[in-house]
Design a protein around this ligand. Sequence first.
Ligand SMILES: Cc1cc2nc3c(=O)[nH]c(=O)nc-3n(C[C@H](O)[C@H](O)[C@H](O)COP(=O)(O)O)c2cc1C
Length: 309
Amino acid sequence: MWVGRAPLAAAVSNAGGLGTLTALTQPSPDALRAEIERCRALTNLPFAVNLTILPAASPPPYRKYAEAIVESGIRIVETAGNHPAEITDLFLRQGLKIVHKCTSVRHALSAQKRGVSAVSIDGFECAGHPGEDDIPGLILIPAAARALDIPVIASGGIADGRGMAAALALGADGVNMGTRFMLTREAPLHDEVKAALASASERDTALIFRPLRNTARVFRNRTAQEVLALEGRPGGAEFEALRPLVAGARGRAALESGQTDDGLIWAGMCLGLIDDVPSCAELIERMVRECRERIALVQARLCEGAERP
Ligand SMILES: Cc1cc2nc3c(=O)[nH]c(=O)nc-3n(C[C@H](O)[C@H](O)[C@H](O)COP(=O)(O)O)c2cc1C
C-alpha cells in the first residue's frame, strides 16, 4: 500500500523480478487503469497487480477494481486477505494467473482447491498482516511446500541472498519481498523514512491490532507506540479510538513527508538485515549472486569440511 506504484513495480520487473502494483493505492478503478498504463510505459516485461480484500466499514469497490485489472490485460494478479468467489472466478474465467497470499497452510490449501496458480505464504516475520497463528517461516514454508501441489512463494523476513537460499532449501519455488523493496532507490518514499528504516534493527517492529484479531506488523515508531498504549489500557481500545492514529491517509503522509513518527509504517522484522538503499537492479543482482554463493558454500562445507560460510 502506497509503495507499489509504477516506478517501483517497473524497476523490479526490469531487474528480473515480478514487480507488483497495489490496486488500492490508486483512489479509483480508473486511476488504477492509468497506473497500469504508466507501468507499461516503463517496462515491456510482465508485472502483477495486488488486490487486497479486507473487511471494512465502507469497503472500496473491489469488483470494479478487479474489472479494471482484467480489462487492462493484466495476466498475473496477487490476491490477499479474503478471496470472494465472485472475484476469484472472474479472474479465473478470464484466464489470469492468481497468486494468493495467505498466512496458513489451511488457507493455502483452500486457495489451491479454488484453482489459484501459486500461493505466496507469509510467515510471522512479515510486514503487514501475519495472521493470528504466529508461525514463523522456518516452519510455515516447509509445511506449505509439503502440503501443496502448486508453486509456493516464501514471503516474510527475506531481505538478502542468505534468506533466499534458505527459502529455496525449505522447499519454496521463489521469494516475495515487501520491506526490502521499500529500501530501494525507486521506492516512492521520503529519504528520511528510508534512512530511519535502514538504521532500524530486527527488534524495531511492533504488532498492533492483536486484540482486534487483525494483527499488523509495523515499524515501532511513535504512532505505533501510541496505538500499543491505547490497546494496553484496562478494557482495551475500540477501533474507533484508534482510527485517527491508524488512518491510511496519515501513514501515506508520513511516508511522503518524511515525518517518520507521524503515521503507521508497515515494516517487517527483516529491517534488521537491511542497511542500504540500492537500486532494484543492484539489489536483485546481488541477492541472486549471494544466494548462489551461499548454496555453493554450504555444499562445500558439508562435502569438503570447508570453513563456516
Ligand atoms: C509498506 C508495505 C505495504 C504493504 N501493503 C500490502 C498490501 O496493501 N497488501 C498486501 O497484500 N500486502 C501488503 N504488504 C505485505 C507485503 O506484500 C509482503 O507480504 C510482506 O511485506 C512480506 O514480508 P517482508 O516485508 O518481510 O518482506 C505490505 C508491506 C509493506 C512493507
